[in-house]
Design a protein around this ligand. Structure first.
Ligand code: TRP
Length: 335
């Protein structure tokens, strides 16, 4: 029997190369060997975007198109919409009793995110909602509702997985053995840097290349990428380690990176030429993805069908889980 993987993504924007190399490319590889569930986490997205429902709604579809375009295959995997599985919300309520406020505030992911909110909004009390602080509980429900055994996530999500494991242990010890403790499945590339040299590629940082960017957009973005500031003239020797163009050459297709590295160090490679080569590499990578996405952009009913089917399947699984949960908690009245 194949093991089950469950992972999720918040629908707050289209996928970019950071998502692709940091996570979703790996998902495509995993779907052959695992019983795979990919959740479009719209409920979780609303914890931060409750005042912008249009953004979340639009991006549910955009994310679905991106996932299908990179090769998530609905014949092999289940793509589903979180809000359409009320059992997840139900499970969240029961888990809420098993987690103390102190434990939530101690969660490093929540701590970091609260600090970010403070920096943005100044007043913690005004920006940190009950729903936000509790989202690790809801994420534990996401995972366990489908008996997720492996959870492909980035390093920043590890504390959330630990929280989930704690909830599972506590649930099992109070109500009887019901769930397995899920494990993290870390991908090799952890975090993708931005074109501007920022440690992270992100929408809010304005340094991202989206999978469906046009060739013009890609060209413009790569041309403005950060290179070695000490290299002034075309034939100055430079340090590829501080150059984002070199970093991306390595990331996207590393066959000729040794040559690029040597030429750069010797001053035998101009930045403009180097950027043009990178643009071509990125275009070659993204052309088939964009081609596939076009089919879904032009036939939105195909996307609807896949999402509905995936969600129906996911719901059946979650309903089964809920039956066991209610029995364990002794609230299975009038069977
Ligand atoms: N919190 C995850 C992120 O922001 C998304 C997510 C939602 C998730 N539900 C999940 C990840 C369940 C793993 C398992 O990236």
């Amino acid at each position: 029997m194949k093991k089950t993987i469950l992972t999720g993504i918040r629908p707050t924007g289209r996928l970019h190369l950071g998502h692709y190399y940091g996570a979703t490319k790996n998902w495509v590889a995993l779907q052959d060997d695992y019983n795979s569930f990919f959740e479009i986490a719209d409920v979780q997205a609303l914890t931060d975007n409750f005042d912008n429902p249009d953004k979340v709604r639009t991006n549910v579809r955009e994310i679905a198109i991106d996932l299908l375009a990179i090769g998530i295959d609905p014949e092999k995997s289940t793509i589903f919409i979180q809000s359409m599985i009320p059992e997840i919300a139900e499970l969240t309520i029961f888990y809420s009793n098993l987690v103390t406020m102190a434990r939530l505030y101690r969660n490093p992911t929540i701590k970091t995110e609260i600090a970010q909110k403070k920096a943005l909004f100044g007043n913690e009390g005004e920006s940190v909602t009950y729903g936000f602080v509790g989202y690790p509980i809801s994420q534990a429900a996401d995972i366990t509702a489908f008996n997720g055994e492996l959870v492909p996530v980035g390093e920043d999500q590890l504390p959330l997985l630990e929280q989930c494991r704690e909830i599972v242990r506590k649930f099992n010890s109070i109500y009887g053995e019901t769930f397995k403790e899920p494990e993290a499945y870390l991908s090799k590339t952890k975090r993708v840097k931005g074109l501007d040299g920022n440690e992270k590629m992100g929408k809010s940082l304005g340094n991202a290349i989206y999978l469906r960017d046009s060739e013009e957009e890609i060209s413009k973005k790569v041309m403005s990428a950060v290179t070695d500031p000490n290299k002034i003239k075309k034939d100055d020797p430079a340090n590829p380690d501080v150059c984002m163009v070199y970093y991306y050459h390595n990331l996207v297709e590393n066959e000729n990176v040794n040559t690029i590295c040597e030429e750069c160090k010797k001053g035998a490679r101009g930045c403009v030429q180097c950027k043009k080569e990178l643009i071509e590499k990125i275009n070659n990578l993204l052309a088939p993805i964009k081609e596939k996405a076009k089919k879904y952009e032009e036939n939105p009913e195909l996307v609807d069908e896949i999402l509905l089917e995936g969600t129906n399947h996911a719901r059946e699984v979650a309903k089964e889980t809920m039956k066991n949960v209610k029995k364990a908690i002794k609230i299975d009245y009038y069977k």
